[in-house]
Structure formats: C-alpha cells, structure tokens
Design a protein around this ligand. Structure first.
Ligand code: KMH
Ligand code: ZN
Length: 282
C-alpha cells in the first residue's frame, strides 16, 4: 500500500496534557487554527483534533466542535478529523454526537485498552454504532489500533458491516500507550501483517517511542502521525518547542525515505473524503 508519498497527520492537542505543563499546547480556537496553518506549511495533510473549553479542559461541546471544523476549513485545506475518543471520562453519547459537527473524518478506536491508570472504553456495540453512523453521515473513519486485538476487531467490523464511507480502510497504529502494544518495530510488523488487504495506515509512537515507530513505519510503507497529543519531549531532556517542530521532523524523515509529504489534495484523494468545503454557511 505504500505509495510514493507520506501522509503526515498532526495531532496537536489531545486530551491528557495540561496547558500549564506544555505552554505551547494549542487550547484555544485561535491557537489551534494557527497551529494547523503552520503544520500544513510544514507538510501535514491531516489534522486530528481534540478541543478544549474556556478553562483549557478537554470538551466535546457540540457548538465548539462545529465552530472548530468551520474555522479549520476556512484557514487550511487540511483533512479535518475530529476525535471521537475524547478523554477517558467522556460518555458514549457525547462521543457519538461528535459526528454532528460534520468533519471530513473521525477517529474510531477498535477496542478497549488500559490507558495508564485509566481505561479507554470502546466496547463492540459502541464501535458498531459509531461505524454505522460514519457510513450514514458520509464521514471517513480512521481506525485507531492500540493493540493487536484491535486489528482483529477491525477485521470483524468490516466483515459484518461492510466497507467504510469512501471505500478506503485507513488505520492509525497508536503504539507505546501504557497498556497497549509497545512502540517497537516488531509490534508494528505484527500489527501490519493482520491489516485488511489494501488498507493504508499511519503509526504514532507515544513518548519515547516516537522516533523508533516513525522510522519503522516509513520502512514498512506506512504514513506518520506526530504532534503534542503524543509527544512532549523532542530529545532526552529537551521539551518539544511546538507542533511545527514535530511536523518538520516528520517531513525531514519522509524526504530522507524518498517518500516526501503528501499534499492535502493527495490526502483527500487517498481517503476519498467528501468535499464539504463551501457548505459551512448553511
Ligand atoms: N484521549 C484518548 C483517551 C482518539 O482521539 O480517538 C483517546 C484518543 C483516541 O485520543
Ligand atoms: Zn486523539
């Protein structure tokens, strides 16, 4: 599936880090839009979005989500992907309602996983409900795979409920979460071997597994996800400056691999996202 170019996803915020602990974490809409603009210039083609409330706490507020999608579409040509994972504390109904904001894409995690001292809940009935809604709403799901068993659940989902909207199965291996699969080349190869034929995939290494996972992904034909949702340390003892620094490093790696960053137009074609640009005013 490799293709000749690399889709770089930026995941700028996440739900776990406090602004006080990472001052350049984008938590306001203005900060998020500025981050997205810079990320697009640096080579990103997709933005994976978590938002914060007025107190910089994670939220799935429907109005804020919709405003965020509109603002990102106005300021960039990035594929806009909303997180349906939210934080480990978000109720299922709120996570399902994320689709009302009409993003191009949404995350869909294929199973429950221990998440440090918490549990990230994704039971089968929730997965099914979310998947069917993506098909009805014509939103491209990105299947988040935190563990090898999640790949099994993905294959089961596709077998029972058919292909995703757009027809392209696109996955992200989220590796190195305390409780999920390790961020190693061996784990990446094992997971990729079980993906459905023709699937495209990126990989994310959390924390210190960022670089090993990125290098393994490039060598195995995969795409890259980077950002402050996953990585706050650029090198031992050196905090990440900002999201742009991580996207620039990913772009450099992609160029070194002779698989340069994909444009946003190419990403839209790869994922077959519905063109919703221009619909916002309604
Ligand atoms: N914040 C994690 C509990 C997703 O965005 O879909 C879930 C997460 C996955 O980040
Ligand atoms: Zn996320």
């Amino acid at each position: 599936m490799s293709g000749s170019q690399t889709l770089i996803t930026v995941a700028p915020t996440g739900a776990e880090t406090a602004k006080a602990d990472a001052p350049t974490l984008p938590v306001t809409l203005d900060e998020l839009v500025a981050t997205a603009v810079a990320a697009e210039s640096a080579g990103a083609a997709l933005v994976h979005v978590h938002i914060r409330d007025a107190d910089a706490k994670p939220t799935l507020d429907p109005t804020r989500l919709r405003d965020t999608v509109v603002a990102l579409r106005e300021a960039t040509t990035l594929v806009v992907q909303l997180s349906t994972g939210g934080s480990v504390h978000d109720p299922f109904e709120d996570r399902l309602a994320v689709l009302d904001a009409e993003p191009d894409s949404c995350s869909l995690t294929c199973g429950t996983v221990n998440f440090g001292g918490d549990v990230f809940l994704n039971p089968w009935p929730f997965m099914v409900e979310l998947y069917v809604r993506t098909q009805e709403r014509q939103i491209v799901p990105e299947f988040e795979l935190f563990d090898l068993g999640h790949v099994t659940a993905l294959n089961r989902l596709l077998a029972k409920y058919g292909e995703p909207y757009g027809g392209q199965v696109h996955c992200d291996l989220v590796m190195g979460v305390p409780g999920g699969m390790p961020g190693t080349a061996a784990a990446l190869v094992a997971a990729v071997a079980e993906l459905p034929a023709g699937a495209s995939w990126s990989a994310t290494g959390v924390g210190r597994s960022t670089l090993p996972v990125a290098l393994a992904a490039l060598s195995a034909g995969g795409h890259l996800r980077v950002g402050m949702e996953d990585t706050l340390t650029f090198a031992p003892g050196e905090p990440v400056r900002d999201n742009t620094q991580l996207v620039e490093r990913a772009a450099t790696l992609a160029h070194l691999a002779l698989r340069p960053p994909m444009s946003t137009a190419q990403a839209r074609t790869l994922l077959n996202v519905k063109d919703r640009r221009g619909e916002e005013a309604a």
